[in-house]
Design a protein around this ligand. Structure first.
Ligand SMILES: [Zn+2]
Length: 326
């Protein structure tokens, strides 16, 4: 029987567990909706959900060879340590060791977007290039930069947090990081929500804006933008301009030949079209692979990332240096 690997992804509002094989097929999976969690309760949530998954998926019949856990925030993939993004609240947990001890299966952990970058390298367009930018645009924005075949991690495992770059689009929104108008406050799904609420005083709109606490529908913003709604047009224009600037800046930084996009903001292709119209040919002239959506199933990219992490880990590539892959 084909070797299987178990992936676990903990993102803002849900936990997903599933099994993948070496070909990158998802064999089965289950999603768990989460309310608030913090780093202390995260391990309990993983444990409880795993117990349910093992019961419902009859995992015992084929024990996975390894487990990969994709987490938000900073992760030392070599040691399995999970830190919080906010350095003031850092309380590191050795997630990999805890989970290995629970299940008796080798466990590896990494940041979620860095794990997705592994999936792109293993099964996606990253197989064809040593130099690419992977950009995930969902509730947040982060990048996996692969340069000369090596994913860049940084001295605090924090490289690629490009959601906190300013890109020349001014709205007047303060980012939780302390800077004004970080791209995450403009072009992520949270950013669309913040833009709508901030700019509605200046532009007419047909958009139904939900109460605070409920998120504005990005699909609805795109739909009304297509119909010429003034507020939605402005919001999408800002997001597209910001994303195009970010992509061109990253192209100048790391000289990729392909820019690969994923995330809920890009799901229907509308924003991508708006972004492409704003890319300057001179800046983009060496990006011969283009600015493209990932070929992997975008809905399960996180799970594929966790699966790729488990495989990388069992092959001794916790930091995925392609150079070590013989
Ligand atoms: Zn910021």
């Amino acid at each position: 029987m084909d070797t299987t690997y178990l992936g676990i992804v903990l993102s803002g509002s849900r936990l997903m567990i599933g099994e993948v094989n070496t070909a990158g097929d998802i064999l089965q999976h289950k999603a768990y909706k989460l309310s608030f969690f913090n780093q202390e309760s995260a391990l309990d949530i993983i444990h409880t959900s795993m117990e349910d998954y093992v019961r419902s998926a009859s995992l015992a019949e084929r024990k996975p060879a390894a487990i990969g856990v994709g987490l938000i925030g900073r992760v030392n993939a070599d040691e399995g340590m999970w830190y919080q993004i906010d350095s003031g609240r850092t309380h590191p947990i050795n997630v990999a060791r805890e989970i290995t001890n629970w299940y008796g299966i080798p466990c590896f952990t990494d940041n979620d977007v860095k794990s997705e970058t592994r999936a792109i390298m293993r099964w996606g367009l990253g197989q064809k290039t040593e130099n690419f930018v992977y950009l995930h645009t969902g509730t947040g924005i982060a990048a996996g930069l692969v340069i000369d075949g090596k994913p860049i991690r940084g001295s605090h495992f924090n490289a690629g947090e490009v959601g906190h770059l300013r890109v020349g689009v001014r709205v007047g929104l303060k980012c939780p990081c302390g800077r004004m108008d970080c791209i995450e406050t403009i072009a992520s799904s949270v950013g669309i929500d913040r833009q709508v609420r901030f700019l509605k005083r200046y532009y007419d709109t047909q958009l139904q804006i939900p109460q605070q606490g409920e998120r504005v529908s990005v699909d609805e913003v795109y739909r009304l933008c297509r119909e010429g709604d003034p507020l939605c047009t402005k919001v999408v224009d800002n997001a597209a301009e910001a994303m195009a600037s970010l992509i061109m800046n990253l192209v100048r930084v790391s000289d990729p030949d392909t820019v690969i996009l994923a995330g809920e903001m890009l799901s229907d292709g509308f924003l991508l079209e708006q972004i492409r119209q704003r890319l300057q040919p001179v800046t983009m002239r060496f990006v011969t692979g283009g600015v493209v959506l990932t070929q992997l199933d975008a809905q399960y990219i996180g799970l594929l990332g966790a699966g790729a992490l488990a495989i990388d880990g069992s092959e001794g590539m916790t930091t995925t240096a392609k150079a070590t892959k013989k």
